[in-house]
Design a protein. Structure first.
Length: 365
C-alpha cells in the first residue's frame, strides 16, 4: 500500500470515534420537537366533566422554565382523559390515564409514544396509580385490581384482585403496599375499604390486608421501611388520619390530620389542605417517622392557594407543590393550575403555570 493510501486510511480510522461522539443530545433536539433531560414531569388530569383533556407538562431543572402539552407536541394527539400519574423505568416513562383506561409508554426524553397498553375487562378498569420496583411496573386499577407490566414487552403479564377502589401504592421491604379506599361506597361509610393490601413482589400475591382508617388514599414509606397510610375519613364528621405500619405489620393511628404527604429519609411532610380551606388555614408540618415528634411546624415560606400534590426531589431535596388557582375566591378545577418550587429549607423559589388539574409529579434524573 502506498504511503498516500496509508495516510488516507489512517485519517478515516481516526475520524470514526469523532462520528460517534458527535451524536449528542443536541442532535436529538434537532430531530425531535421535544427533548427533555433533568426536571419534573407534571401530570395534569384535565377535567372530564368539562371535556378538558389531560396533558403533560415538564419543568426544566436547568433553565427553570416549564413547557406545557409536551406529549401532544411530540405525538400530535391527546394523551387522553384524566391523566393520573407516571413513573420512569429505564429509558421510558409510563403514564396512567384513568378515564381512557390506558397506560401510555413514551420515551422519557423525547416523549414520543412507544406503546399504548389497554387493559381488558378481566384485567380491570381505571388506572389510578403507577409505581416500579426497578424491575416491573405496577398499576392500581380503580375496579379493584393491581396489574404487573413487563417493561421488556410492554404487556400485562399478571393481574391480582385487592380491595375496592385501590388508590396509591408504595414499594418497601420487598412488598407492594396498596391502599384500598372503597371510595365509591361513600353512602355506606367506605365500609369495605379501610385496609392496605400487602403484596409479595417475589410471587405477586396478596399476603394479607392490614386494617387502617376510613378511606385511605395516600401511602408512602420512610428510609427505615415504615409505611404510612393517609386516610381521608368522610370529608365531614370523620376527620382524616395518619396511620403508621411497622415491619411487623402493626398499624398505629397518629393523631395527625392531612390531605397530602411525602417522605424524605425518616421525616414525613404532611399538608392539611381540605377542600375550601384558605391558604392561611392550611398546615405544612414535618414529623419524625421514628418518634412521631413534630420537627417543623411550617415547612414552606409561602403557602399554595389550594395544594393538591406534594413531591420532594430525591437529589436536590427541593419541595414541589401542585395547586389549583383561585377563581372568585374558590379553588378552580377547570382552569390551569400551577406548581410552586421551594428549596430544601422551604424558601419559595418559583411558580410555574401548568395544565388543568395538575396533581401528581415525577422526577427525571
Amino acid at each position: 500500500m502506498k504511503l498516500k493510501e496509508q495516510l488516507r486510511l489512517l485519517a478515516f480510522v481516526l475520524a470514526l470515534p469523532m462520528a460517534f461522539v458527535a451524536c449528542d443530545s443536541n442532535d436529538y433536539q434537532e430531530e425531535y420537537p421535544i427533548f427533555v433531560e433533568k426536571g419534573v414531569y407534571v401530570f395534569n388530569s384535565g377535567n372530564q366533566g368539562k371535556s378538558i383533556e389531560g396533558s403533560l407538562s415538564f419543568i426544566d431543572e436547568k433553565t427553570e422554565t416549564v413547557t406545557n402539552d409536551v406529549f401532544k407536541i411530540a405525538n400530535n394527539r391527546s394523551l387522553g382523559s384524566t391523566v393520573q400519574d407516571g413513573v420512569v423505568l429505564g429509558n421510558n416513562l409510563f403514564v396512567a390515564v384513568y378515564e381512557s383506561n390506558t397506560i401510555e409508554v413514551v420515551n422519557k426524553n423525547t416523549l414520543v409514544s412507544i406503546a399504548q397498553i389497554r387493559p381488558t375487562a378481566a384485567q380491570g378498569k381505571g388506572p389510578r396509580d403507577i409505581v416500579t420496583d426497578g424491575k416491573n411496573i405496577y398499576v392500581s386499577m380503580f375496579s379493584g385490581h393491581v396489574l404487573r407490566i413487563d417493561p421488556s414487552t410492554n404487556t400485562i403479564d399478571k393481574t391480582i384482585q385487592v380491595g375496592p377502589n385501590p388508590e396509591e401504592m408504595v414499594v418497601a421491604n420487598g412488598f407492594l403496599y396498596v391502599v384500598n379506599s372503597d371510595g365509591m361506597n361513600y353512602n355506606a361509610g367506605y365500609a369495605n375499604g379501610k385496609s392496605v393490601s400487602k403484596i409479595a413482589l417475589s410471587t405477586f400475591t396478596e399476603e394479607k390486608k392490614i386494617a387502617v382508617g376510613m378511606n385511605p388514599t395516600k401511602i408512602a414509606a420512610d428510609a427505615s421501611g415504615n409505611v404510612f397510610a393517609l386516610c381521608m375519613g368522610d370529608y365531614g364528621a370523620v376527620p382524616s388520619s395518619l396511620w403508621k405500619i411497622n415491619s411487623k405489620d402493626e398499624a398505629e393511628e397518629w393523631k395527625v390530620t392531612g390531605t397530602l404527604m411525602a417522605t424524605k429519609g425518616n421525616s414525613i411532610y404532611v399538608i392539611d389542605s381540605p377542600w375550601g380551606a384558605t391558604a392561611t388555614a392550611m398546615k405544612y408540618v414535618v414529623y419524625n417517622t421514628l418518634t412521631g415528634e413534630m420537627v417543623k411546624d411550617n415547612f414552606v415560606s409561602t403557602p399554595a392557594d389550594a395544594a393538591v400534590g406534594l413531591a420532594i426531589d430525591p437529589v436536590t431535596e427541593h419541595i414541589f407543590i401542585t395547586s389549583y388557582n383561585l377563581v372568585g375566591g374558590f379553588a378552580s378545577a377547570d382552569t390551569p393550575g400551577y406548581v410552586n418550587e421551594y428549596s430544601a429549607d422551604g424558601t419559595f423559589i418559583k411558580k410555574f403555570d401548568v395544565g388543568v388539574g395538575a396533581v401528581y409529579m415525577a422526577f427525571l434524573k
